[in-house]
Design a binder for this molecule. Structure first.
Ligand code: B12
Length: 481
């Protein structure tokens, strides 16, 4: 089969991320013997024209549309990122009658709604590297992706006469499922590196945490499937040798299960790999001295800690599975380390009030190292099927139907006044140069700063230089007001 995968993501904030999922699906389909083309639209000047032209020249039998983001998760300045892929799906339908297959991280969040909005034939719910080749086989055999009983193929969903049918993905990832793709083969490596993008690397599937706002639980479930640590180190070495010195772990949580993270670091140390490793998904619960020492030696250049709050009331309502004592312990351990840290907080969730916000702000000013960066998000995006959706409905804050929730909709605690929170965060960010809010993440200066840093040889992560960047922007009168 001739399979065309279109990676629709064009969002360059906070950085252009390499489409690991689309590349994995493409590479697996090619390894299964199909003729595969990947059109990455991240840097395309005219994406619609690019789509028309690749369909015309390649004439695919199947088109896969990879959708990463629905929106930018920003209550203060929401951007509807799904608008682009929706228009692209329309253009694809005009240009070819090949079946349209959806895939990508967004599909694990709102598959039914994305199927309805794009009019696609089928959605791959996860594990594109296993399921996409099977879907291609089903089309090649002429049977299509519905089995005799009318059920969707394993790992897929579709709207059958308007009724949503789906079958969850099986739990049998093999080692090959984790192997990072040969990015240089599918993407414009130079363009990504010029923007300081890191190469994504996955070492596990699953997450056992039950955070109230999260969609991970739906897929791939609470049990972990783990990459062999030695194999992970081997792949890290391969990526590094092929010019991707900055490698970012994109696991849901890097340090859970903790023993696996430690083993991955140990294998990297044992092989003496000189890569610069990153993660923004460290859970405070499993931050131990043992892990931190290994991460330092393995070459971590920056770690993000998803603390979310420093109030026990809010952490309990968010069902984070840890309390302030764990956040403080993590901070104390990290203080003794050389790891640059980005502390990530989410203000305005269930149970939040002025007192709990003050607790978090006090923590942020007290515990992180002076050179660490601190990020505040305001409000929590509500997705269908989550505990947060139930809370929002019970509290009378949400009356939209699931399909209407494709529009950015956020939870903001009724115990808080939005203006008070917004102004409070604005003022604390203004007063602390190492603090950032969502506006900094979306700053129009970011792409230029990235290119400048690349030219000057300044290394990732960008947030490590928050205070210096903000000082510079302030001097030039360019800091967002
Ligand atoms: C790590 C991560 C980040 C890192 C990325 C680092 C990097 N270098 O890549 C950072 C912190 C930078 C980040 C940023 C953002 N992220 Co983020 N991120 C994630 C996370 C945790 C993992 C993503 C990942 O790489 N997974 C591993 C790969 C292998 O999985 P995958 O992409 O889903 O691909 C598989 C399948 O989807 C499928 N597949 C993929 N493409 C295709 C195509 C076809 C045809 C087929 C058949 C199958 C298929 O097969 C793949 C292999 O199994 C996810 C949550 C999650 N678990 O999905 C959120 C997630 C993707 N992010 C999300 C969001 C919103 C964002 C931001 C917009 C946040 C912000 N305000 O800045 C930005 C956008 C960045 C950008 N430029 O687009 C949302 C997206 C959905 C949504 N709610 O809109 C997610 C799902 C979190 C959530 N539940 O809300 N993110």
């Amino acid at each position: 089969m001739k399979a065309l995968i279109i990676s629709t993501n064009r969002n360059i904030y906070p950085e252009p991320v390499m489409p690991i999922g689309a590349c994995m699906a493409a590479e697996a389909a090619q390894n299964a013997g199909h003729d595969v083309r990947l059109a990455d639209l991240m840097f395309a000047r005219d994406p619609i024209n690019s789509i028309r032209s690749v369909i015309k020249t390649f004439n695919p039998d199947v088109v896969g549309l990879s959708i990463r983001n629905i929106d930018n998760n920003d209550l203060c300045a929401p951007v509807r990122l799904f608008e682009g892929p929706k228009e692209m799906a329309r253009v694809i339908r005009q240009a070819t009658c090949a079946p349209l297959v959806l895939g990508g991280a967004a599909l694990s969040v709102m598959p039914r709604e994305l199927l309805a909005e794009t009019g696609a034939d089928i959605a791959v719910l996860a594990d594109g590297e296993r399921v996409f080749p099977a879907v291609l086989e089903a089309y090649a055999s002429g049977k299509g992706p519905l089995n005799i009983e009318g059920a969707a193929m394993e790992g897929t969903a579709m709207l059958k006469d308007g009724v949503y049918v789906s079958t969850p993905p099986a739990r049998n990832k093999s080692e090959a499922c984790f192997r990072p793709p040969r990015y240089e083969k599918w993407l414009d490596k130079r363009r990504y590196l010029s923007m300081l993008s890191a190469a994504p690397m996955l070492t596990k599937a699953g997450c056992h945490f039950e955070c109230v706002y999260c969609t991970y639980k739906k897929l791939p479930g609470g049990v972990y499937e783990l990459m062999d640590p030695a194999e992970a180190a081997h792949e890290i070495e391969r990526l590094s040798k092929s010019g991707f010195r900055d490698i970012e772990f994109v696991d849901n949580v890097f340090n859970s299960p903790p023993g696996h993270a430690i083993s991955v670091c140990e294998e990297v140390i044992r092989r003496n790999i000189r890569a610069r490793l990153h993660t923004v998904e460290l859970n405070p619960l499993f931050i131990t001295e043992e892990l931190v020492r290994r991460m330092e030696r393995a070459g971590f250049a920056g770690v993000g800690i998803t603390a979310e709050s420093a109030s026990d009331t809010v952490l309990a309502k968010l069902n984070k599975g840890f309390g302030v004592q764990h956040v403080i312990k993590a901070a104390e351990i990290l203080r003794k380390s050389s790891l640059p840290c980005l502390w990530i907080f989410m203000l305005g969730g269930p149970g939040e009030n002025e007192k709990t916000v003050r607790e978090t702000l006090r923590f942020a000013k007290t515990y992180p190292k002076p050179q660490d960066a601190v990020f505040f998000n305001i409000g929590v995006r509500i997705y269908p099927g989550t505990g947060l959706e139930r809370i929002a409905r019970q509290e009378g804050l949400l009356s939209l139907s699931a399909s209407e929730m494709l529009e950015p909709v956020f939870y903001l605690s009724p115990g808080l006044n939005f203006d008070w929170l917004f102004r409070g965060v604005e003022s604390v960010v203004a007063g602390n140069l190492n603090f950032i809010d969502v506006r900094s993440m979306q700053s129009r200066h970011l792409p230029r700063i990235r290119r400048l840093f690349r030219m000057l040889g300044i290394k990732q992560p960008l947030w490590r230089h928050t205070a210096r960047i903000r000082k510079g922007l302030r001097l030039l009168g360019l800091e967002a007001k």
